[in-house]
Design a protein around this ligand. Structure first.
Ligand code: DC
Length: 217
């Protein structure tokens, strides 16, 4: 199996890039952030506080998260329910960053991710794919961009969807999330030693895709 790992902070363009690379290569795209988001939704629906470690550990074991593909798109199922339309809110973003520090949550989702990569050629994006989930991936990319550029991208995305948002709040949320993702004890976000750094701040999506395609086997 050929495995491509793409890691980096929120809003660096990982999912857009990973999805396109997977399409061009005929691989499966695995969005691991969506799994952490589905778990966060489950915890929010069960009224669990982001800092209640013990209940997060317990309750997360009742969440059955799985992935199916419909028309080439990843669909996340939470206890059999398609939750794709519910996991992109700021509330879920913030809860997923908080609950993904939990070792029991990570263990459960990492097992699922490793299984998917064993069964198919994948482009998998997340925070710990190159460092932890797929340490032997054939190609590892660390995709980043400045927090200003990332906040602007998220702002444009939300505005296009008709969501009301404030760019300064988004930037602050992104920076807080980066800090948590990079400083947690288990599998913090960091560039794997053998990952190639790609800074997309001044690059178009097409340029980033071409650069990565040039590195694929
Ligand atoms: O990529 P995203 O914004 O959809 O991810 C949501 C949260 O999930 C993010 O704050 C960090 C966490 N996450 C993680 O800890 N490990 C991953 N492999 C993917 C996401």
């Amino acid at each position: 199996m050929y495995n491509i790992a793409i890691d980096g902070p929120a809003g660096a363009g990982k999912s857009t890039i990973a999805r396109q690379i997977a399409k061009r290569k005929g691989y499966i795209y695995v969005d691991t952030g969506a799994m952490y988001r589905a778990m966060a939704l489950f915890l929010l629906e069960n009224h669990i506080a982001p800092d209640d470690t013990e209940r997060i550990s317990q309750k997360s074991q009742e969440a059955d998260i799985s992935i199916i593909y419909e028309n080439g798109e990843q669909v996340v199922l939470l206890n059999g329910r398609n939750v794709n339309g519910l996991i992109r809110t700021e509330e879920v973003s913030n809860m997923s960053s908080a609950s993904s520090v939990n070792g029991d949550v990570r263990k459960k989702l990492v097992e699922l991710q490793q299984k998917l990569a064993k069964e198919a050629d994948v482009v998998m994006d997340g925070r710990d794919i190159g460092t932890c989930v797929l340490p032997h991936a054939d190609l590892k990319i660390y995709l980043t961009a400045s927090s200003e550029v990332r906040a602007k991208r998220r702002y444009d995305e939300m505005k296009a969807r008709g969501d009301v948002c404030d760019i300064d709040v988004i930037k602050k949320d992104i920076e807080e999330r980066d800090y948590r993702d990079m400083h947690r004890d288990i599998s913090p976000l960091k560039q794997a030693e053998d990952a190639v750094l790609v800074d997309s701040s001044d690059m178009t999506i097409g340029e980033v895709i071409d650069k990565i395609m040039g590195m694929c086997g």
